[in-house]
Design a protein around this ligand. Structure first.
Ligand code: GRG
Length: 295
C-alpha cells in the first residue's frame, strides 16, 4: 500500500467510527429507519469526501474530532444522494457499493425516508456545539453545506442531469451540470477544513480552486469508468450513461481526449496547492487518485 492508500483507509476508519456513533443501531419503532440509514451510510465506499475534509482540516491544525464530525455530515449527504439516485424514479439501479441498493434491500418508501433522514442528520451534526465552539463557524458550515447540496448545488445538478437525457449538450453545459451535481459537495469537503480552521482568504481560495479542478477530473474519470469498467470492478452498474443517452465530456470528445483533459485538470488542481507546504502532499496525491482510480 502506498502512502495515499494508507491515508485514505485511515480517513475511512475515522469517518466510519464517527458515523457508527452518530447513527444509533435501533430505536424501538423507528428501528427499520435507523437500519436503513446505517445500511446506506456504513456500507462501504471510498470515503474520498471525508478524506478531503480531514486533510484540508489538517492544514490548519483543526482538532481531528471536529473534522471527523464534518466528514460524517458530508458522508451523510453523499449517502443520501446515492440512495435517492438509485430509486426507480431516478436512475433505477439495483446495485450500489457492491450490494443491493437501499430500496432493494428495504423498500422504496423506507429508502426515501432514510435518505431524507440522512440529509437532516447532516445539519444536526454540523449545528451541534461539539462540531465547533464558535457558533459563527457552525453557521458557516451549515450555510455552505446547504448551498452545496441544494438547488444551487447537487440537487440542481441532478435536475439538469435528468432533463438532459437523450439530448446533446454543449461542453460548457456538461461542465456546469457536473460542477453542480458532483463538484459542489467535493468543493465543500475541501473548503470545510478552511472554515473550521478560520483560514485566510487566499488559503481558502486555493482550496476552492483545487476542488474545482479535482471535482471535474473526478467526474470525467467516473464517466470513463462507466464505459471502461464493469459491475464487479465498480460495485455499481456500468454503461448507464450511454443507455440513458447522457451527454458527458467522454461522449462529446471521445475517450482519449477526455483522458487528456482529466490529466490536465488533475495537474492544475495540484498547482493550486503551491502556497501550502508538504502538509498538503496527501491532497496532491488525491488529485492523482481522482484520475487513476479503478472504482
Ligand atoms: C438524487 C439528490 C440526488 C442527487 C444525486 C450524487 C448524485 C446526485 C448522484 C449519484 C450518481 C452519480 C454517478 C453521481 C456523480 C457523482 C459520483 C461520481 C458519485 C459517486 O461517488 P463516489 O465514487 O462513490 O465517491 P463512493 O461509493 O465511493 O462513495
Amino acid at each position: 500500500m502506498n502512502q495515499f492508500t494508507v491515508a485514505l483507509a485511515h480517513a475511512a476508519g475515522i469517518v466510519e467510527h464517527a458515523l457508527d456513533a452518530l447513527l444509533p443501531k435501533s430505536r424501538d419503532s423507528e428501528a427499520r429507519l435507523f437500519d436503513a440509514m446505517r445500511y446506506a451510510a456504513l456500507g462501504g465506499g471510498k470515503r474520498l469526501r471525508p478524506f478531503l475534509v480531514l486533510n484540508s482540516a489538517c492544514l490548519f491544525g483543526v482538532q481531528e474530532e471536529c473534522a471527523a464530525r464534518v466528514a460524517a455530515a458530508v458522508e451523510c449527504v453523499h449517502s443520501y444522494s446515492l440512495v435517492h439516485d438509485d430509486l426507480p424514479c431516478m436512475d433505477d439501479d439495483d446495485l450500489r457499493r457492491g450490494r443491493p441498493s437501499t430500496h432493494r434491500q428495504f423498500d422504496e418508501a423506507t429508502a426515501v425516508l432514510a435518505g431524507d433522514a440522512l440529509l437532516a442528520l447532516a445539519f444536526e451534526i454540523l449545528s451541534d456545539s461539539a462540531t465547533h465552539e464558535d457558533p459563527n463557524i457552525r453557521c458557516e458550515l451549515v450555510r455552505c453545506l446547504a448551498v452545496a447540496s441544494g438547488p444551487h448545488g447537487m440537487v440542481g445538478g441532478q435536475m439538469l442531469d435528468l432533463e438532459s437525457e437523450n439530448q446533446t449538450l454543449p461542453a460548457g453545459a456538461v461542465t456546469r451540470l457536473q460542477q453542480l451535481k458532483t463538484g459542489a459537495l467535493i468543493a465543500f469537503s475541501c473548503e470545510a477544513g478552511a472554515i473550521l480552521g478560520k483560514a485566510s482568504p487566499p488559503h481558502r481560495q486555493a482550496l476552492h480552486a483545487y476542488a474545482h479542478d479535482f471535482g471535474l477530473a473526478f467526474q470525467i474519470t467516473d464517466d470513463l469508468l462507466d464505459i471502461e469498467g464493469n459491475a464487479e470492478m465498480l460495485g455499481k452498474t456500468a454503461g448507464k450513461d450511454q443507455v440513458a443517452g447522457k451527454s458527458t465530456l467522454v461522449s462529446l470528445v471521445g475517450v482519449e481526449r477526455a483522458k487528456v483533459q482529466a490529466k490536465f485538470l488533475s495537474d492544475q488542481a495540484v498547482k493550486h496547492l503551491d502556497l501550502f507546504d508538504e502538509k498538503a502532499d496527501l491532497l496532491r496525491h488525491a488529485a492523482r487518485f481522482a484520475i487513476d482510480r479503478r472504482a
